[in-house]
Write a protein that binds this ligand. Structure first.
Ligand code: PMV
Length: 308
């Protein structure tokens, strides 16, 4: 018998990743073309809650930890005979928020199964706590955009307080074409590398944070007013800043150049970088050409998604 089920979408960061960890604003959008579904079913064998997922290795172990933590946070009595089935087409560890999608879907499906009423803000808070188990000290942007499934501007607070979140409506539908290359290392490593850059030259890093803050503020205006051309230019500039702090790689740079050459308005890596996904802003009529260019340039996965 089905006791609870939920689907959560993926996400991508349009502007401001990495710098967001250091207090700069960022813009993130839901990626509805992919998602994670969690279904809680009564286990005919009566086994205590267990994760039935397609994951293997470390990701499987992380998923099991998330399940245990979510059950505890919801106050579910230990030993409930539940099979917690996960289906996902969110690429894992590639910048599209796979762990946030799993966390949000788990909290929603398990709370339904347990008969516990959880407000959307509580789903976000619980998913953030789960994200901390996987990522250490994530900014919270991933779990927030996935919980609300809306585009938003996000700024973490400098103390321990809540982040500032403002939902954004795009002035025009955005067509985004995404391409991936194999990932080198983890989000944790890439975030640590940026911390090391900051420690090595704090004044330079502060200047860069200031530039990215201006860039993101302009990007928010361009996003809301539908100025695709300037948004694309700002994405290109943002990619330059990410290259400078050492989180791009040759594969991502190659895909970004290929997308621009095929007529994209702009392109940048998205998420932690060093592989994983890049995102290109395309005119509707150009999306197929941009996708083909990414494939020819060696992308291992190509996706197109719209933000409305
Ligand atoms: O883990 P990813 O690739 O989805 O992206 C994390 C985004 C960062 O800005 C690099 C880190 C963070 O916590 O915001």
């Amino acid at each position: 018998m089905l006791l609870g089920s939920a689907r959560a979408c993926g996400k991508l960061i349009l502007l401001g990743e990495h710098f967001v960890v250091h207090g700069v604003p960022a813009v993130a959008v839901p990626v509805t073309a992919v998602g994670t579904t969690v279904r809680v079913l009564e286990d005919p064998q009566g086994r205590p809650a267990w994760l039935d997922s397609p994951f293997t290795g470390d990701v499987k172990v992380a998923g099991e930890r998330l399940l245990d933590a979510a059950l505890e946070a919801l106050g579910v009595a230990p030993g409930m005979p539940w099979r917690v089935e996960v289906q996902s087409d969110v690429p894992v560890g590639a910048g599209l928020g796979s762990s946030a999608a799993l966390s949000v879907a788990l909290v929603r499906a398990l709370s339904e199964a347990a008969g516990v009423d959880v407000s959307i803000d509580d789903v976000n808070a619980q998913a953030h706590a789960l994200e901390r188990l996987v990522h250490g000290t994530p900014s919270g942007i991933d779990d927030t955009v996935v919980t609300y499934a809306r585009a938003l501007a996000f700024r973490r607070s400098d103390a321990l307080g809540d982040p500032t979140i403002r939902f954004l409506a795009p002035g025009r539908t955005l067509v985004l074409v995404l391409g991936a290359v194999p990932r080198e290392g983890t989000t944790f490593d890439a975030v640590a590398a940026v911390h090391a850059r900051k420690a090595a030259d704090p004044a330079r890093f502060a200047r860069q944070c200031e530039s990215v803050t201006h860039l993101v503020d302009s990007g928010i205006r361009a996003f809301e007013s539908g100025f695709r051309r300037s948004l694309g230019e700002l994405m290109d500039q943002n990619h330059g800043h990410l290259v400078e702090v050492g989180v791009s790689n040759a594969g991502l740079d190659r895909l970004c150049s290929a997308a621009r050459a095929a007529g994209a308005r702009g392109a940048k890596l998205t998420g932690a970088g060093r592989g994983g996904f890049m995102v290109a802003l395309a005119e509707r009529g150009k999306a197929t050409e941009v996708a083909a260019a990414l494939e020819s340039a060696g992308a291992t996965t190509v996706l197109t998604t719209e933000v409305t």
